[in-house]
Design a protein around this ligand. Sequence first.
Ligand code: AP5
Ligand code: MG
Length: 217
Amino acid sequence: MRTVIMGAPGAGKGTQSVRLARSWKVPHVSTGELLREAVKLGSDLGRRVKETLASGRLVSDAMMVDLLRERLAHPDCRSGFVLDGYPRTLKQVEDLDALLASMGSALDATLLIEVPDDTLLHRLSGRRSCPSCQRVYHVDQIGRRDGAVCERCGTGLTVRDDDKESTVRRRLQVYHEQTRPVLDHYRRQGSLKTVDGRGTPDEVYDRLTSLAQMANG
Ligand code: AP5
Ligand code: MG
């Protein structure tokens, strides 16, 4: 199962992709996580993208396709993946098609989680992430803004560098300007399936799994 999960910043792509990937026994490939990991490790790529990430703008298509090519070449992606955060531009749509074609495969489903902008702002301003296992929380769920630890691995939760309000607004603008055309492309192709991303994570998950089953006939 090769699935792309699309949606604005804060739509719940990460939250849902982790669960879908676990259920389908395929890896969760988040391009944002790959980039943040590179920054954390201080690799050459990490140094080059650090500022771009903090600004809320997109990393270049050329860097992104190299990163993705390397990740999809791992043996764990042979039976599929849940791809979260890619493609975000029309050039990335072309690059992904070409990459998959070169591996003798293609996408099985493209799922969009749709959430209004005011809800996105609330979700992102309260997000806390585990820097160790990447599990994502919200302050509403953990009942406190500071000092919480990951319930899975005990690491102190942190705020992502790009979650301050001005950067969140920039990320939403970038999404509307550069990623909407990608949604229009998949819609025209008839391959985009959309779910309402409001409601609890369980409700959204149920909608996504029903749609994915339909997409697979
Ligand atoms: P990326 O990491 O992909 O960030 P994003 O798209 O901005 O999305 P987020 O991770 O912020 O949100 P999400 O949809 O995963 O929501 P989450 O599940 O965490 O990209 C970061 C940056 O990397 C980009 O800005 C860019 O610079 C670069 N980049 C990445 N890919 C790129 C590409 N292809 N090309 C170029 N540059 C690229 O949920 C958010 C919060 O809401 C959490 O607190 C969660 O607990 C809560 N929540 C989730 N679901 C619900 C629900 N149903 N009800 C209530 N709360 C919920
Ligand atoms: Mg995410």
